[in-house]
Design a protein around this ligand. Structure first.
Ligand code: FAD
Length: 468
């Protein structure tokens, strides 16, 4: 069995043999060299080739296509961008609405390409259910969130409040307090998407080299252990692996997210739970949880993981019993009938977190450096937007895409915000996450006194403010 199969449920489920493509053994001269064969690198290659078929493009990947977050994620393909509310806050109302529409359209754009290129990745656009599912404070915070969306000009057709009874028509959870439904989200099989994209760009004439880690980079030049690449453009598409390409790690910190998958569940169990249209769902604590019912009827459920001192990458994703138990506890709170269900797969990955939690799409014509990342756990859709945007920026196309507030059209990496030096980052991150866990444990205990509930929520809310 290929070792790549152990990366995730998704990689394990692929029909293909999962053999690495040839490594880069000889020096190359190309127009565009892309580091990383995840969604960002492959979407960038795709749109560049569509717009300029004559370009000579090479994708250089340390492992195999889909080794990173793109082959591991929870499969929420969102028509959103992390921090979009803060990014769009200062725009005039009409422009803000146009930007929201652009983001909401991401799943439809992906669907068009899946159909055009014959990529089957179990795409289902059932929207997302943000559920107030464990304690009453979740209802209050979701209602606040909804109000803030409406204040920005969004409407019921974008985000709609569901009473417990309306929620139960889509998902049946033990303690429903209500929820929000948003239609602009699809669920997918992540590995089928990334592997399908790799085959598609190859068919279009892009060369992909695997097992070829880049060890040094500078404008116009890359090096692996065996060869060098000269290129007019260098695209940095490594997201959570930015630490491998100094100084990129100062701008995109690796944070983990960890998931479990159950065995396929019976039709009777799904009749009890619902989720019949491929809806994504979460329970709205600050643990950042996400779930979906897979095409083969498993429950996949994840929650945010840790951060290692000095931005060290986590390589071993054999989850500890505590990490699995936390995820089992969280989904069993929603679906008590799954308390003892068999978990067949547990895995995780590194994602890239930018300072202030705002994703960035950067292009510097002077140095020939482009990058898109810092999606902070919401990159399945954002990477499609990133690929489209980088293609337009590189080809100097004057489109709506390049005029968005997340685009940094010049200045390169220097235009990005850096993270604080250690030990501030580590201490800060862990203090914030601890306050979230403490809040969750306190609020989940119905015996907690009202004054304590308020206090822990205030503290966690205050700590969350530091992230922005
Ligand atoms: C567990 C988990 C769950 C997630 N769930 C969701 C979700 O449900 N919805 C959502 O929107 N987002 C989710 N995300 C985030 C999303 O998956 C990522 O934002 C997205 O996949 C990033 O794609 P990418 O191509 O930029 O990076 P990656 O997919 O990480 O690809 C980077 C590639 O670069 C390669 N690489 C690294 N260093 C080098 C080097 N030096 N030389 C050559 N190659 C190199 C890596 O091997 C890797 O293949 C999740 C992330 C994780 C980890």
């Amino acid at each position: 069995m290929s070792a790549w199969r152990t990366i995730s449920l998704w990689m394990d489920q692929l029909d293909e043999p999962l053999l690495a493509r040839p490594a880069l053994e000889q020096d190359l001269d190309v127009d565009v060299a892309i580091i990383g064969a995840g969604y960002t690198g492959l979407w960038t290659a795709y749109y560049l080739k569509r717009l300029a078929p004559g370009l000579n493009i090479a994708v250089v990947e340390a492992n195999i296509a889909g080794f990173g977050a793109s082959g591991r994620n929870g499969g929420w393909l969102m028509g959103n961008l992390l921090g979009e509310d803060r990014l769009l806050a200062d725009l005039p109302a009409q422009q803000r609405r146009a930007s929201f529409d652009l983001l909401h359209g991401i799943p439809d754009e992906v669907e068009i390409i899946l159909e055009r290129e014959g990529i089957d990745c179990d795409y289902r656009k059932g929207g997302v259910l943000y559920c107030a599912a464990r304690y009453p404070e979740q209802e209050a915070s979701l209602r606040q969130y909804l109000d803030s969306l409406y204040r920005q000009g969004l409407s019921e057709s974008d985000y709609r409040w569901l009473t417990p009874r309306q929620l139960a028509q889509q998902i049946r959870i033990a303690k429903p307090y209500g929820g929000i439904h948003a239609p602009h989200v699809a669920t997918i099989h992540p590995a089928k998407l990334v592997r399908g994209l790799a085959r598609t760009v190859e068919r279009m004439g892009v060369n992909i080299y695997e097992n070829s880690p880049i060890t040094q980079w500078q404008p116009g030049r890359l090096r692996t252990a065996k060869a060098q690449v000269r290129s007019h453009w260098i695209v940095l598409a490594v997201e959570g692996y930015a630490a491998t390409l100094p100084p990129l790690g100062r701008y995109q910190l690796p944070v983990q997210s960890l998931l479990v998958a159950t065995e396929p569940l019976s039709a009777a169990t799904w009749d009890e739970i619902g989720l019949s249209r491929g809806q994504a769902f979460s329970e709205s604590s600050r643990q950042v949880t996400y779930g979906q019912r897979t095409a083969d009827n498993r429950l996949v459920f994840g929650a945010r993981g840790g951060y290692q001192f000095a931005g060290k990458l986590r390589h071993d994703f054999d989850l500890t019993s505590g990490e699995v138990a936390l995820r089992r506890y969280l989904f069993s709170e929603l679906f008590p009938q799954l308390k003892n269900v068999r978990i067949t797969h547990a895995w995780g990955g590194n994602l890239g977190m930018s300072r202030r939690f705002k994703p960035h799409m950067v292009c510097d014509q002077a140095s020939g450096i482009a990058l898109s990342g810092g999606y902070g756990g919401e990159g399945v859709g954002a990477s499609n937007l990133g690929g489209r945007t980088l293609a337009d920026l590189i080809l100097q196309r004057d489109t709506d895409l390049v005029r968005q507030p997340w685009v940094i059209p010049q200045g390169g990496l220097d235009a990005l915000k850096t993270w604080e030096p250690e030990p501030c980052r580590w201490l800060g991150y862990n203090a914030i996450i601890r306050s979230f866990v403490h809040e969750d444990q306190t609020l989940a205990n119905p015996a907690t006194a009202p004054w304590r509930r308020k206090l822990v929520s205030r503290v966690a809310g205050f700590m969350e403010g530091f992230m922005h």
